[in-house]
Design a protein around this ligand. Structure first.
Ligand code: WQD
Length: 334
């Protein structure tokens, strides 16, 4: 039996693929390469030392997905495919609703048809919205998201809960990611944003590489340790290991379970910049600009549920994350 990994050529998906294979799982990747490259599949194969079946399909394509399920013995799905640019989702909400929601429904229908019962979903801490106190716990109310991207994650969570309610043999695990950064130690896979990065770490590594002149720090007047925004950065390899734990959980339980995947520690933008400089010896020129609309001051995860029920916790430090992000950036551009 195999795990279907949608979006397996993406930043997070590729690390999950490598981790699953290392833990003895057979993995089938589905990716339309709309925001990734087929080279990534070769890199995963290189890391794992074996061929990885890959379907270059859009998971909204129900016929292509049906063919995949007919040809492969899929007993679980990890669904990572989706559009993820927050700003674009505000400008083009229907593009996000059509793609992200339709993909999840199409996969669920194929699973239903082929008797596949385990679904692990790549959700986001963004579903906690702006009303909850920190740290976020899984029992807090969700859904007051500040953008359409976040709302697609929330709607899919709700849909999956309904699907699991309607079929008591189904198992759904919703994984709420905090801020994944870092890269595989091989430096063969990592984050490859198109154009100007939206997220902090790729902007830092591109500044260190001389691709960007100066890092813009979005606000230093938040009520935080040094006035800059605080997030819970988690190494992408730790995050990937969380999925291996979630698959194990899904094989032992039915119904829906929600887990935060974070470290439980907040780090400010300035602290991350300093940690990067310490870990890599590279200087990051920066200037403070205005706040970015929609940003929250500070949030991080309560990780006790994942620790207790998944027997998982993040192990890598902020310095590991910085070092590995930089190693991947150097491998990309020399
Ligand atoms: C982190 C901190 C910024 C860039 C977003 C989405 C979330 C998820 C991950 C993914 C904040 C500051 C950033 C820069 C800066 N989406 N910053 N200068 O906003 O926590 O989360 O990405 O697929 O759903 O909301 O992550 O990395 O953009 O920002 O000062 O050039 O860095 O203000 O405090 P964020 P981020």
């Amino acid at each position: 039996m195999a795990v279907l990994l949608s979006g397996g050529a993406g930043y997070i998906g590729s690390h999950i693929a490598a981790e699953l294979i290392e833990h003895g799982y057979d993995v089938v990747i589905a990716d339309d390469f709309s925001n990734s490259s087929p080279d990534v599949i070769a890199a995963i194969e290189h890391i794992s030392g074996r061929p990885v079946p890959c379907y270059a399909i859009d998971v909204k394509d129900n016929l292509a997905l049906d063919k995949l399920f007919s040809e492969q013995h899929i007993d679980s799905v990890i669904h990572c495919a989706g559009f993820k640019a927050v700003g674009e989702s505000v400008r083009l909400p229907l593009k996000y609703y059509r793609n992200n929601i339709d993909s999840a429904i199409t996969i669920l229908e194929a699973m239903q048809k082929h008797g596949c019962k385990r679904f692990v979903f790549s959700s986001s801490a963004t579903v906690y919205g702006s009303e909850n106190p920190v740290p976020y716990t899984e029992s807090m109310p969700a859904g007051s998201c500040s953008n359409p991207y976040g709302r697609t994650k929330y709607f899919i969570e709700e849909m999956l809960k309904d699907a699991a309610n309607a079929d008591n043999t189904m198992s759904v695990v919703l994984l709420r990611y905090f801020n994944p950064i870092g890269a595989h130690e091989s430096a063969l896979i990592g984050e490859r944003p198109n154009g100007i990065p939206n997220n902090l770490m790729p902007y830092i590594t591109q500044t260190a590489a001389g691709i960007r002149e100066t890092l813009n720090i979005f606000g230093n007047d938040y009520p935080t340790i040094d006035g800059t925004g605080v997030r819970d950065y988690i190494h992408v390899v730790d995050l990937a290991k969380g999925h291996v734990a979630a698959l194990g959980y899904a094989s032992r339980h039915t119904g829906t379970a929600i887990f935060n995947l974070g470290t439980g520690k907040g780090t400010s933008v300035l602290e991350l910049v300093r940690a990067f400089e310490r870990a890599t010896g590279m200087a990051i020129p920066y200037k403070v600009t205005g706040r970015r609309p929609g940003d929250l001051a500070a949030y991080w995860a309560d990780t006790s549920k994942a620790e207790a029920e998944l027997n998982w916790h993040a192990e890598k430090t902020i310095e590991d994350m910085c070092r590995d992000s930089w190693r991947f950036q150097k491998a990309l551009h020399g």
